[in-house]
Design a protein around this ligand. Structure first.
Ligand SMILES: [Zn+2]
Length: 271
């Protein structure tokens, strides 16, 4: 499967008995049921009808749902449960994104089973992507956390930092979550100041990536050094330095927006 999918999102689908759906089946959180020999094969005719399903839409004209199964559910013969991250570069990227969206909606449904205002069990709305409380009418929409990630240039060098959570000696860009009341540019400036102690300017948008672990949108930016001495905060950021193209430390593998920004730096596209 290549190119964008023939996919139309919708919030309610016909009874699965009349039109058997394509199913994205998740176990243990992010493990997706796939045919390891054909990762792009659409799975249907699976005996998971009794499990709670979240409608996603129509894929190539067929109803498409996401289903969560219990942690001890064995995979059907010939199929296997594989982590979403491990399917990067293995499964069609558009299909993997659709599955990732399904995972996020399952997570949302599972964590919003009761009304946050009055505690009544919620129900799925059929005319929009929301859960509604039948007692008080309170609506709950899928939550998406916003985070920024920024490539900071100084001359022909890029700032790379080692975060305490990174494996080995991996270095990447500065990132952090948007706080209430901030513009994205303010988030970029604050995160850079907090984590490495410098000021930046000429902040511009680069691109974005959904990050379904569980529900984040990563908003990529490029910025330029505008002053100050590098002072890693010592909590999140253990070390940070300016790197030239020909002397990079270990960097993230392909598939993340951080790597896309670093690759753009290497190609001389960030100036
Ligand atoms: Zn309520």
């Amino acid at each position: 499967m290549t190119g964008p999918l023939d996919f139309v999102p919708c919030h309610s689908l016909p009874d699965s008995a009349t039109e058997p759906p394509v199913r994205f089946v998740f176990r243990d959180g992010q493990n997706l049921l796939v045919d390891p020999t054909q990762p792009d094969r659409l799975l249907d005719a699976l005996d998971f009808a009794e499990h709670p399903a979240v409608p996603l839409g129509r894929l190539a004209g067929r109803p498409c749902v996401a289903i969560a199964v219990d942690a001890d559910t064995p995979p059907p013969a010939g199929l296997d449960f594989v982590g979403l991250r491990a399917l990067h570069g293995v499964m069609d990227e558009h299909l993997r994104s659709l599955a990732g969206g399904g995972f996020q909606l399952l997570h949302w449904r599972r964590t919003h089973r009761f009304c946050g205002a009055c505690g009544t069990p919620t129900a799925m709305k059929t005319d929009e992507r929301a859960l509604v409380c039948p007692a008080c009418g309170q609506l709950a929409f899928p939550r998406i956390d916003s985070a920024i990630i920024v490539g900071i240039c100084r001359g022909d060098q890029l700032l790379l930092a080692h975060n305490r959570r990174f494996r080995g000696n991996m270095h990447s860009l500065i990132a952090g979550f948007v706080e209430v009341g901030e513009t994205l540019e303010q988030t970029v400036a604050r995160e850079v100041r907090e984590e490495v102690g410098i000021e930046v300017d000429r902040i511009r948008y680069f691109g974005s990536q959904t990050w379904p672990y569980p529900s984040t949108i990563m908003l990529g930016f490029v910025a330029h050094y505008a002053g100050g001495e590098l002072r890693p905060d010592g909590e999140e950021i253990v070390s940070a330095d300016w790197y030239s193209r020909d002397a990079l430390p270990e960097i993230p593998g392909p598939g993340s927006i951080s790597r896309r920004i670093i690759d753009a730096f290497l190609a001389g596209e960030l100036g």
